[in-house]
Ligand binder design. Structure first.
Ligand SMILES: Nc1ncnc2c1ncn2[C@@H]1O[C@H](COP(=O)(O)OP(=O)(O)OP(=O)(O)O)[C@@H](O)[C@H]1O
Length: 244
């Protein structure tokens, strides 16, 4: 059963002094099944974040439909099911990590005892527990990224959407997050994530979608890769299009 379902979705932005319309994504259709991990890869400006923002219900498509477990993205029934890590997480920096996460658990109505246990486990998993009482303004980029991952997961969402989850992380942090993603998969969560780090995508994704200049060029499984690396398939897909 599809948990994330995009059907013929297009989105343009209007910008600049002349208010020119520019297509960010065109006629995108794909589904992510229950318990599946789909990776989206593509060059800068390919339209990955635009897709994620529409799935989150932050912006609406001009054309086409998006359903999250049969509900529209901006429906509260969808929002409560989703956890989201933005490309550049930014939080109110006078909060400590624990205060930030308590804000999310109380907004989602999680009982306090369960919330405290979950906050502790997550902060330990990403190695932030010793820093839990520090204000976020004292965090490094990688620490903020790890706090953002906890914020995305603390209300125990069924659908997890991660925009560049490895951004700013050192090799240890990257491994930590990859293990966390695999653990979420083992729990049966549905995961969509964008990354420029193709090795990471190859390690964890069941299927990979290649975006290029607002178009979905190809969706392939790990088995489809055969002897090729993810980088070879990616470059080949992009080059094929530019030759057309
Ligand atoms: N708010 C906006 N206003 C105008 N144009 C925008 C806006 N957001 C994105 N765009 C344009 O839409 C296109 C797709 O951008 P998007 O951020 O979705 O790409 P991306 O694949 O996530 O890129 P990156 O890998 O650099 O994060 C780009 O041409 C970008 O300039």
């Amino acid at each position: 059963m599809a948990i994330i379902d995009l059907n013929n979705v297009s989105k343009s932005y209007v910008s600049g002094f002349l208010m020119r319309k520019k297509k960010a994504v065109s006629n995108i259709s794909f589904k992510v099944g229950n318990g599946e991990i789909l990776g989206i890869i593509g060059a800068n400006g390919a339209g990955k974040s635009t897709i994620i923002k529409m799935i989150q219900g932050f912006i609406r498509p001009d054309k086409g439909d998006i359903l999250i477990d049969n509900n529209k993205p901006f429906d509260p029934a969808s929002r409560i099911k989703m956890g989201y890590l933005p490309e550049n997480p930014y939080f109110y920096t006078n909060l400590t990590a624990v205060e930030l996460l308590r804000f999310s658990t109380s907004a989602s109505g999680m009982p306090k005892q369960l919330a405290d246990k979950r906050i502790k486990t997550l902060l330990e998993t990403v190695d932030l527990y010793p820093h839990r009482k520090q204000r976020l303004k004292t965090y490094s980029k990688g620490m903020t990224q790890r706090a953002g991952i906890c914020f995305a997961l603390v209300h125990d969402p069924q659908v997890v959407v991660l925009d560049e989850p490895m951004s700013g992380l050192d090799p240890l942090g990257r491994k930590m997050v990859l293990d966390l993603i695999l653990d979420l998969k083992a729990q049966g969560k549905t995961i969509l994530f964008c990354s420029h780090i193709l090795n990471d995508v190859e390690r964890v994704c069941d299927r990979v979608a290649v975006m290029d200049k607002g178009h979905l060029r190809k969706v392939f499984t790990r088995e489809d890769l055969g002897n090729q690396t993810m980088e070879e398939v990616f470059l080949h897909t992009i080059e094929e299009r530019s030759e057309c």
